[in-house]
Design a protein around this ligand. Structure first.
Ligand code: NDP
Length: 326
């Protein structure tokens, strides 16, 4: 990434998330994404040498970091310690990231906060690829939503998902494999349900959970776009003009101190949460992120295995930098 023109600040923060994706067997956010990072840089849609900065003058519960049109990741790394400090002092605090090119999954950010003993939520828009339930064409983004609860001495409780039925990449994978989609994943250009990947790509994805997912996704547009004075998914698509590059918008992260919120009430919140998790697992259900944590334990003992094609890709990028991407 440095060879392609990213500063150390930008490249290192993005690389940390990519390595975490590979380590946790989240290939969709692993090294294959480096090409997308470089394509976005080559298209001039992200500032490769941007230095994020804390915007002065915000209310005590709001830490506002301007990403200076660089990637979201270094902006998060700059703001997270301040966010944690304020959440511990006040009980609740928010981190607003503005003017970023958003990159990757939200769980690395959530885990950075649960490690500090905080519960946390993160959300952001994307670009319009999802129709509202009952609608006919793309308006909402795949709008990811993540939450984490700290578990002292154990891996945290974390979920992190797109609010669309499936990721757009999943439709593309079905198209390439010549496989039909499941009904309910997407609609065609006329707004009718379809199982044809080509028709779906020309139409729109659908939110998960019908009107409920549609409302949650709309909330994310409001909180992660309009509330923080940044772009909605529709505005982000207008700004970028394509869904082939990383999107530009903002992000909202909220951190809660369980100690502060439960203060003066009976019971230790961490012990009570453990009882809840045990009751879930006791029914044979798995906790979200367990697959990731199992993959992480394996990677930590055995290393991260890359295929020869992946090593070839890394070598090509290292050799040619921006010339390696279209
Ligand atoms: P998945 O549907 O794969 O997983 C969603 C969550 O549910 C994960 O925490 C997962 O844990 C958990 N989970 C899955 N199956 C089960 C199960 N059977 N029981 C309990 N928990 C389960 O995620 P998505 O495809 O919706 O999203 C993937 C990633 O893409 C996310 O990290 C999201 O942030 C990212 N994304 C980012 C966007 C952006 O703009 N930056 C846009 C859209 C998505 P586990 O991992 O352990 O399986």
């Amino acid at each position: 990434m440095e060879k392609g023109g990213l500063s150390v600040t930008q490249a290192a923060a993005v690389a940390r998330v990519i390595v975490a994706g590979e380590r946790d067997a989240c290939k969709s956010h692993g090294i294959y994404r480096i090409e997308g990072v470089l394509r976005t840089l080559k298209a001039g849609k992200v500032q490769g040498a941007a230095e994020p900065y804390v915007v002065p003058g915000a209310k005590p519960t709001i830490v506002r970091v301007n990403a200076a049109h660089g990637f979201s990741n270094p902006a998060f790394e700059l703001g997270a310690p301040l966010l944690a400090e304020r959440a511990k002092q006040i009980g609740i605090a928010t981190l607003v990231i503005n003017d970023c090119t958003h990159f990757a999954a939200l769980w690395p950010e959530i885990e950075a906060l649960t490690e500090l003993g905080l519960a946390a939520m993160a959300l952001c828009p994307n670009y319009s690829t999802v129709a509202p339930a009952g609608g006919t064409h793309p308006l909402l983004g795949t709008n990811p939503f993540a939450f984490g609860w700290p578990r002292p001495g154990r891996t945290p409780y974390v979920f992190d998902f797109a609010t669309s039925m499936v990721a757009r990449g999943e439709i593309e994978l079905h198209r390439r494999a010549g496989k039909p989609l499941l009904l309910g994943w997407a609609i065609d250009g006329g707004g009718a349900p379809t199982t044809d990947p080509e028709a779906a790509l020309a139409g729109a994805l659908l939110p998960f959970g019908g009107h409920k997912g549609s409302a949650i996704s709309t909330m994310i547009e409001l909180l992660g776009g309009i509330l923080i004075g940044d772009l909605t998914s529709n505005e982000s698509l207008d700004h970028l003009g394509t869904t082939t590059l990383s999107p530009s918008h903002g992000e909202l992260i909220i951190a809660f101190s369980p100690d502060a919120f439960s203060s003066g009430r009976d019971g230790d919140p961490f012990a009570r949460a453990e009882a809840l998790f045990e009751a879930i697992a006791g029914q044979g259900a798995r906790l979200p992120s367990q697959r990731r944590f199992d993959a992480r334990a394996k990677a930590e003992s055995e290393g991260i295995a890359l295929s020869s094609a992946e090593v070839e890709l890394l070598n090509r990028l290292l050799d040619k930098g921006l010339d390696a991407v279209a």
